[in-house]
Ligand binder design. Structure first.
Ligand SMILES: [Zn+2]
Length: 326
């Protein structure tokens, strides 16, 4: 590589950025099997929806991640932003104890997961983007005083069911921060709703399609729509493997197969999104985080997905996107 391109900005086309984990930067090639959307720690939030999930049993969570690691899991994206239960000090402690790379986020979740006084939902776009940029480039709020502050590796945003109920100023702030940094934006959709609207909004705000991950899309298993969004360039995240109400056998699995057959396995990212403690093997006797590198991987092989496509869906795609590549 010539020196001039080494010196150029990390956003120069084609140059891979290191991935920012809670313990520092690593090359994207070392992420291994990566859960594209999960939850490792959620502190209880006074005043939030009492039904909001809580994940705060350190020893059991540590055990869960050890199981994930020994089953072949390498990394995961923690999708709990600040203010609604994120605790990056715990994330760093757990990562250190288990060897699992954890990538933390800035951004915002649905309003119901916050205390009623949360400032982010009534703020101006400039203030929101300043906060996100601070967390991406300097330190996550709760780690500011630490000798080794943790930085965010991506932005997570959440849409409500209706566009007009979604916090537009915070969305604009997130778009601005993503445009400035080139970072990945994971978009929570309500059961896949408004995904096309989100794609148009973020494209209009100057974000490259490769920066977008549209989450929970398999709850809306419309093959035509998925093909269109994938061809647009967004990554589609699927995670209903253990959610019987979404009928994964007849919806999710055939969708994965069809997307792979259409040559779009490079646009999919699989995850298990186990925010609920009962989904954890160590806490609730659920399928657990280790299901991704074991049961899910085996079934991908069984239904005839090619090895290379499996690698892409189980981490390759999200790793490249975190590194700013297509
Ligand atoms: Zn989630």
């Amino acid at each position: 590589m010539d020196r001039s391109s080494e010196r150029s900005s990390p956003q120069s086309p084609g140059a891979a950025r290191p991935v920012r984990t809670v313990l520092g930067e690593i090359p994207y090639e070392s992420l291994g099997i990566t859960d594209a959307h999960n939850h490792v720690w959620i502190d209880p939030i006074p005043g939030a929806d009492p039904a909001a999930p809580v994940l705060d049993q350190y020893d059991k969570i540590k055990e869960e991640l050890k199981l994930y690691r020994s089953a072949g899991g390498g990394s995961l994206l923690d999708c709990q932003p600040g203010g609604c239960g994120r605790n990056a000090n715990k994330l760093a402690q757990i990562s250190r104890a288990t060897g699992v790379h954890i990538i933390a986020c800035t951004g915002f979740h649905r309003k119901r997961y916050y205390s009623p006084e949360a400032w982010l939902f009534t703020t101006r776009p400039e203030q929101a983007s300043e906060y996100f940029l601070q967390e991406l480039t300097s330190a996550l709020e709760e780690t500011k005083e630490q000798p080794e502050p943790v930085r965010a590796g991506f932005i997570k945003v959440a849409l409500e069911s209706a566009w007009n109920d979604s916090p537009l100023c915070a969305l604009e702030g997130a778009a601005e921060a993503a445009t400035q940094t080139g970072c990945l934006v994971e978009v929570h959709t309500e059961k896949g709703g408004l995904a096309e609207k989100a794609a148009i909004f973020f494209e209009g705000a100057g974000i490259a399609p490769k920066q977008l991950v549209l989450c929970h899309m398999d709850k809306r298993p419309d093959f035509g729509l998925h093909m269109e969004l994938a061809r647009f360039g967004a990554l589609l995240e699927y995670d209903t493997f253990y959610r019987p109400k979404y009928e994964p056998e007849t919806k999710l699995w055939p969708l994965i197969k069809k997307m792979a057959e259409a040559g779009l396995s490079n646009q999919l990212a699989l995850a298990t999104d186990m925010a609920e403690a009962e989904m954890y093997a160590t806490i609730g006797n659920g399928p657990g985080l280790a299901s991704l590198p074991t049961e899910i991987k085996l079934k991908l092989i069984k239904i005839g997905i090619q090895e290379n496509s499996i690698r892409q869906m189980l981490g390759g795609n999200i790793a490249r996107r975190l590194a700013g590549l297509d």
